[in-house]
Structure formats: C-alpha cells, structure tokens
Design a protein around this ligand. Structure first.
Ligand code: SF4
Ligand code: SF4
Length: 409
C-alpha cells in the first residue's frame, strides 16, 4: 500500500536529482527541485507547513516529468509522491479552473465543439481553455493549429502483408482521438504490417489527466470503465505516452484492485509493441525516408515507462534516414498535460529551449511519442516559421512505407 509519508522517507537528500529537474535548472531554487518538494511535502505532513499557503505553488510548478526518478539512485517514487500530495491539496481546496480544464480536455465532445468554434472565429482563434492549451495561455498572433485531418493513405497491399496472427486493443484516448486521428491511422497500419488487427470497442478516457493533477478518485472511475471495455487478455496498445504511463500504473491508481495490476501488465506503448513484434524486419523492405531526423523523449515514455531504445532503434532502422541525437532529448518540453495553460511562463521557457536544441541538430523532422509534446512543439515550430516538421513516431515510421507527402511534409 502506498503511504505518502513513508514514500517521502526514501529521499536521502543526496541532490543527484537537482540538475535533472527542469524547474530547478531554470530557477536555481531549491524549493523548485525534487529534493525541495519532497521536503515541503514531508513538512506539511508533519504539520510544520500549510498545504495551500506554503506547498501548493511549488507542486503546481512541478511538471510531473519524473526526470528526477530516472536520476535518483535511491529509487524514490517521486511520481507517486506528487500525485498523492496533489490529491490531498485538491481535496482540501479544489481549484475550479483546473477542474474545468480537465473536464474539457478529457471530453471529446467539448474538445470538438471548441475546435469547431475556433474555425469560425477571426484568426481561427480557439476560445476557452483549449485555445490556451495550444498557445500556452499567451494567445500569440500566430494562427491556431487545426486538429489533424485524417490522412488519405493509399490502401494497404493485402498481398504484400503477413497473415493476421493476432488482435490488440488500441487506446483512442479523449484528446488524442480528436486532435491526432492521423496518428491512430498510422499506428493501425503499422500494426497490420506486422500481422495484428485492432479489435474495435467503445471506450472512454484513461484518467491520465486527472491522475496527474490531483483528482485520483475521478482517475479511478475512468480506469474502471476503461478496463471493463477491454476484456480478455489482448494486449492494449497505446500511442500516447501520458496515457500509457498512467495505464501501466493502474495498480497504483486502483490500489487494492487485483484486476488493475493484471490489466496494467497488458499495456504496451506502440513503439514497444511494434519493436517486439517485427517492425524492424518490415522496415528493412520499406522505401524509407531520406531526411535528417531527430527524436525527443516524451517524459512519460522515457522517465515513467523507461522506454528510450525501442523508438530510437525503429527510427534509425528507416532506410535512408540520417539520424542525429537531440541535445537534452530527455528534458521536458514544458507541455506536461495541462501545464502549458496553468504555468505558461515556465512552459514557454522550456519549449523555446527545446526548439533551440532541435534547430541545432539541423534536422528537418523531429519525432516523439506523446500528443502533448506534439502539439506544443508544433506550436513552437509554427511560431519559428515551420521549417521543422513535427511528427509522432508512428507517423514517421508509416512515412517509411508511404512517403512524407501523406503527412504534409
Ligand atoms: S536523488 Fe533521490 S534521494 Fe537524492 S535528493 Fe533527489 S529524490 Fe532525494
Ligand atoms: S517531476 Fe520534473 S519538474 Fe517535478 S521535481 Fe521531478 S524533475 Fe523536477
């Protein structure tokens, strides 16, 4: 059983995590570091500090990127500490604007309505929280992005495909299905290229946004519903790192529910599943992509799921590709779910740093495995003149078979 007080005792205050923490790197302030935040939480639990007045703002500035977990030699479960502490804080005094934003981003209907409204308004300005989600709360003059159109892919050549050898579920997600339908198309096609088809089911939100932002009860409800919609023992493929990370931790979200741990064990990131089931071999026969490409580690893939090698090896296996490693690839881009709305200044600082690093590689394309990073880095690319194409890893891999034109590059 996860106990918040006990979790904080594992920190030996060595400070190895400090330089891995984006908010500490930017501010140089101990209370904006993992070590400092753990100390604040512990002090509040002991009654020496007040949650709302003394602790909340420092946990709010935390991205939840969990780079500190990767750096920590003592195995401190910082992600669990953050989610449990935020849950305490929100239970004591819910922040209504955050609740409204979470409701918008986790509802495909509200998302679709706001995006449709955005097309009718001058400058395609998307109103409300979703507009701020795209722009980082600052509403710059640049055109707002439209949600991805579905791609007009050529039909798959059934004769050239391997026989179907299994079924999987594919998480559609709430924001992902509205904003990035083309990514799901690409993932479905890649799955078929290695002999898997998707079993289609009605499904809802995975609860990730709520789990990360202090609403664990709501996350538990979403998790229970999602688990019910995906029975049997089929693998559950996820092409959104933030969602996959939470779903792999359903054992924590729904602590005490034995079905949650069993479900979590079936969850696979798309790159992980494709790598393990033969996409490397399929790529060897693809026409390829003849461009310089780099790769950004989405925090919830690299730090929460510890997946860094599979997507890199897949991308590097694309015939013709010139792969170049991204400086500070593991550093958060500042998107972090709804963070770019709630903390626009820090989010901006981090995405500019990320964009500069991407530009320094000379790459024409940057790939990544999470919709939040995708939307946020794409927004930065637009503001910098769009010379760099931003693609989900699945899109880049599918481009190896059908060409970049299908992705508007
Ligand atoms: S690296 Fe781990 S143990 Fe050391 S200060 Fe950071 S959280 Fe604590
Ligand atoms: S989760 Fe990220 S921002 Fe928060 S303390 Fe850890 S490294 Fe810093």
């Amino acid at each position: 059983m996860h106990d918040l007080s006990e979790l904080t005792t594992h920190c030996i205050r060595c400070g190895f995590c400090l330089e891995s923490c984006p908010t500490f790197v930017v501010t140089g302030n101990e209370v904006e570091s993992p070590r400092g935040r753990i100390y604040l939480v512990r002090s509040a639990l002991e009654g020496k500090l007040r949650w709302q007045e003394d602790v909340r703002e420092h946990l709010d500035l935390c991205l939840g990127c969990r780079n500190c977990e990767t750096a920590c030699p003592s195995g401190v479960e910082y992600g669990a500490i953050l989610e449990l502490a935020r849950d305490l804080i929100e239970q004591e005094k819910p922040e209504l604007s955050k609740k409204a934003l979470l409701a918008s981003t986790s509802s495909p209907t509200i998302l679709k309505t706001q995006l449709a409204l955005g097309h009718l308004l001058p400058g395609r300005r998307i109103p409300g929280p979703i507009g701020r989600w795209f722009s980082g709360g600052e509403a710059p003059e640049a055109d707002r992005p439209a949600p991805q159109a579905t791609a007009d892919f050529p039909p798959l050549d059934e004769g050239a495909l391997p026989p179907v050898r299994g079924e999987v579920y594919l998480l559609e997600g709430c924001a992902m299905r509205v904003l990035f339908p083309r990514v799901h198309q690409a993932t479905r096609r890649l799955l078929r290229r290695i002999g898997f088809v998707v079993r289609e089911v009605e499904q809802g939100c995975c609860g990730s946004f709520h789990a990360h932002n202090g609403y664990l009860d709501k996350a538990r409800e979403y998790a229970a519903e999602l688990m019910k919609s995906m029975p049997d023992d089929l693998p559950v493929v996820v092409d959104s790192a933030g969602c996959g990370s939470t779903m792999k931790e359903y054992g924590f979200v729904r602590e005490g529910d034995p079905a949650a741990g069993a479900f979590a064990a079936r969850v696979k990131d798309a790159s992980e599943f494709l790598f393990a089931n033969g996409l490397l071999e399929a790529l060897a026969k693809a026409p390829g992509v003849h461009e310089r490409v780099t790769y950004h580690d989405a925090c919830h893939l690299s730090h929460s799921q510890q997946i860094t090698a599979a997507p890199r090896q897949l991308v590097q296996a694309i015939p013709g590709i010139e792969y170049i490693e991204l400086p500070e690839a593991e550093m958060c881009c500042g998107s972090a779910g709804i963070y770019n709305v709630t903390q626009p200044q820090m989010a901006r600082t981090l995405v500019e740093r990320k964009y500069d690093n991407i530009a320094s590689t000379g790459a024409r394309i940057v790939a990544m495995g999470n919709p939040g990073c995708h939307a946020w880095i794409a927004q930065a690319a637009r503001e910098h003149g769009e010379s760099i194409g931003v693609l989900h890893t699945a899109e880049l891999l599918e481009a190896a078979f059908v060409g970049l034109n299908a992705f508007g590059i």
